[in-house]
Design a protein around this ligand. Structure first.
Ligand SMILES: [Zn+2]
Ligand SMILES: [Zn+2]
Length: 431
């Protein structure tokens, strides 16, 4: 029988533990562990030769040098490593010492096996330690996006844990003007708040920030602290201008909390806490999301509804305004990248639809308008014409210089579609 001949050639290389004897056969039978395979081969050899059965302890094994006898120990150490961390899913990785890896290559070579016969020790370790860890902690393995990733470093004799970030989805309203969405460091001092040889930066009064707060700064710290993470990264579904309010149902965002030690928190209570403590933002609908939600929110190009106050350089009648709005309603606008936008951005011509636009004059040089436009429509330029870079425009149609003096976002389209909740949340929810 060739399998037994193969086993005999393996054993001729030196003392082998059951796992190391069975591993080169890993792909030849299913439903067995490598130690099972090794024991079965040894039993068959003993029966065939009519000799007493003798096993070899891993400690005497020349291939693994004892490592295969330490699955339980490493599983215990992995359990210790995640103490005090909330998680429901895990994954185990193993770093095998190069010399031990080499032993495995030598074993196959000397016994006339293919270099990749069976499986590498690393895979066996991942599986054996992982299985034990899962059983001891009553948690589930997840090969895609586990809550915690354990690394068994056999070379350094260490077990370490990496906590994957958690994504919190929500919607915010911004009820104060002159607040950016994300932190805006002062460009004069590079965000340090100090100038060398001068002292506190005069541009930002030593704060390091161009604006006193941001939507991110109002929301992130409460969530990062509650989830006991060490950092929060804010991803908005687009952004309103610094001087625009964000009203209505609010704008979707995801806060990615890095290295969270907690995953079971009352998000509804935290949303209330943030809203109550802030004069700038109101937060609603906080939910845990899977990580792909970050990309979905970032690529969000939803249509938006704006309310704006417009000022005209010369008197405009209600009829003239109505006629101009009639022209713009349902039109496709061609916009070159606005002058006010960062000049490092490519100067492109974009086509964006104005779905609806309406409004009336409040006196002969002012009007209030509501615009429903496609994602990416620059509405300030739709009014001003941006020196001919936006065509058509309200100013162009009226023949009167027009500027937006106040701008609010009333709605960001795209209701909270149902999306997948991460495993730890489903668990906590009893589903
Ligand atoms: Zn061994
Ligand atoms: Zn500064």
């Amino acid at each position: 029988m060739t399998v037994l001949e193969d086993a005999r050639r393996l054993l001729a290389t030196g003392p082998l533990c059951d796992a190391c004897l069975g591993r080169p056969f890993a792909e030849r039978s299913f439903g067995l562990t490598n130690p099972d395979r090794g024991r079965a081969l040894r039993t068959s050899l003993a029966l065939e030769a009519d000799e007493p059965y003798e096993s070899t302890e891993p400690a005497e094994c020349w291939v693994c040098e004892g490592l295969c006898g330490r699955y339980d120990e490493f599983a215990d150490r992995a359990v210790d490593a995640v103490e005090g961390i909330d998680y429901v899913t895990y994954q185990v990785g193993t770093r095998v010492p190069p010399l031990v890896e080499e032993n495995g290559d030598l074993l196959r070579e000397e016994a006339g096996f293919a270099a990749d016969a069976g499986e590498p020790l690393r895979k066996e370790f991942n599986r054996e330690v992982g299985r034990r860890f899962g059983a001891r902690t009553d948690t589930e393995v997840d090969f895609e996006r586990p809550d915690v990733q354990l690394l068994v470093d056999l070379d350094a004799d260490e077990v370490s844990v990496t906590i994957n970030s958690v994504a919190v989805y929500g919607r915010y309203r911004k009820v104060e003007r002159d607040v950016p969405q994300t932190e805006w460091p002062c460009s004069n001092c590079g965000g340090s708040g100090r100038l060398h040889g001068v002292g506190p930066c005069p541009e930002c009064d030593g704060t390091g920030y161009r604006y006193w707060t941001s939507v991110e700064q109002e929301i992130a710290p409460t969530l990062v602290t509650a989830l006991r993470g060490d950092e929060g990264v804010f991803h908005g579904a687009g952004r309103e201008d610094v001087d625009a309010l964000m009203l209505g149902e609010g704008r979707p965002f995801v806060l990615e909390v890095k290295h969270p030690h907690r995953r079971t928190v009352d998000l509804a209570a935290l949303a209330e806490e943030i809203t109550e403590a802030s004069d700038v933002v109101e937060v609603e609908g906080l939910r845990f999301a899977t990580n792909d939600m970050i990309e979905r929110v970032k690529s969000h190009d939803a249509s938006k509804t704006y309310r704006m106050t417009v000022e005209f350089a010369e008197p405009v009648s209600d009829d003239e305004l109505a006629a101009a709005l009639e022209e713009l309603r349902g039109t496709t606008i061609e916009q070159r990248t606005p002058n006010r936008v960062d000049h490092r951005r490519a100067d492109l011509v974009r086509e964006r639809a104005v779905y609806d636009i309406s409004g009336s004059t409040t006196d002969d040089t002012h009007a209030t308008l509501v615009v429903d436009g496609a994602g990416g429509l620059y509405v300030k330029e739709l009014v001003s014409g941006d020196e001919g870079r936006t065509e058509p425009s309200l100013a162009g149609l009226l023949g009167v210089e027009s500027v937006v003096t106040a701008l609010d976002v009333l709605a960001v389209e795209g209701e909270d579609e149902p999306f997948e909740q991460p495993a730890f949340f489903r668990e906590a929810d009893g589903e």
